[in-house]
Design a protein around this ligand. Structure first.
Ligand SMILES: NC(=O)c1ccc[n+]([C@@H]2O[C@H](COP(=O)([O-])OP(=O)(O)OC[C@H]3O[C@@H](n4cnc5c(N)ncnc54)[C@H](OP(=O)(O)O)[C@@H]3O)[C@@H](O)[C@H]2O)c1
Length: 275
């Protein structure tokens, strides 16, 4: 764990390696998003997480072009929006995303949410998209164990990754164990609990002890817990701060302590009751 770096990767089950640390851009407005991605890439971030519904794919693409970083060195992820689910509409949606992003391929294409009655045919379209090279790998987001079980039973490809809300205050260990068992990477979205738990005094105590910020404690916990992690910030100072987590190690005891804070505190949408 001591030798983790900003460019450290995890192998996936689909012959791509996923940078463990990236930038999320949900709620980054277009101009902010452009600046955030440019500043992240200049600091060494190599994984950018956007989605069709965020409305900023064009700004992500423009920032990548202007960054001077080679496209092949960047792991770019976007997501299929719910209204576009279905076989033919998914095939159309990826072309729209690629055109906005200004690229021929994404490194991973995710189903954003397990829409009932649509998700399996959407997945079949993702398989075609992967075969055509428009996505180097394919995965899902907000899939619970029941959705993954169904997908694995009814379709052919195991998702490379499942992007779900995961932080010390929301830990679904059954889901995590299932992903590990099936070789699916777990990616933690909202790793800072969307900013809503940063002032927790237990985090502040650890931050003081490690001489790090509260956000850095949460990001480091996520990395050491084995997740791919994509904190979002539109602020260049925080983008830098969030990447400065590779020079310290949380002790086993502190990892255990933080891992005991689960209170099923969800900040985003809840897929648990989706049939
Ligand atoms: N698949 C899905 O359904 C889904 C759902 C949610 C999120 N995501 C992805 O995951 C990414 C991250 O999740 P998130 O955006 O929900 O939340 P997050 O990363 O947990 O937290 C972001 C919030 O924390 C603030 N923040 C960031 N760094 C900080 C720091 N060092 N100190 C203090 N505050 C800080 C940000 O404000 P500033 O921007 O002002 O710094 C923002 O308000 C998203 O951007 C998106 O890419 C995916």
């Amino acid at each position: 764990m001591t030798n983790l770096e900003i460019t450290s990767t995890l192998p996936s089950n689909q012959s791509v390696s996923v940078p463990r640390f990236g930038l999320g851009v949900w709620k980054s407005r277009p101009k902010e998003c452009f600046e955030a991605v440019k500043s992240a890439l200049s600091l060494g971030y190599r994984h950018i997480d956007t989605a069709a519904i965020y409305g900023n794919e064009a700004d992500v693409g423009a920032a990548i072009k202007e960054s001077g970083v080679s496209r092949s060195d960047i792991f770019l992820v976007t997501k299929l929006w719910n209204a576009d689910q279905g076989y033919d509409s998914t095939l159309r949606a990826i072309d729209v995303s690629l055109s906005k992003l200004g690229t021929d391929y994404v490194d991973m294409y995710l189903i954003h949410f397990p829409v009932t009655g649509k998700r399996n045919e959407s997945w079949k379209a993702l398989e075609k998209i992967k075969n055509e090279g428009k996505a180097k790998s394919i995965g899902v987001s907000n899939f619970m164990v029941s959705h993954l079980e169904e997908l694995l039973k009814e379709t052919g490809t195991v998702p490379a990754m499942n992007q779900v809300e995961y932080h010390p205050f929301l830990q679904d260990n059954d889901l995590k164990d299932y992903c590990i068992k099936k070789g699916i990477l777990l990616e933690a979205y909202s790793p800072l609990a969307h900013g809503q738990k940063l002032e927790d005094p237990r985090i502040t105590a650890l931050a003081n002890r490690y001489q790090k910020s509260n956000a850095q404690i949460l990001i480091r916990w996520s990395l050491q817990a084995g997740h791919v992690v994509i904190p979002k910030s539109k602020n260049p100072v925080r983008i830098k701060e969030n990447a400065d987590v590779f020079d310290f190690v949380l002790s086993e005891e502190d990892m255990k302590e933080i891992s005991s804070w689960n209170e099923n505190f969800r900040t985003c949408w809840d897929p648990t009751s989706v049939e």
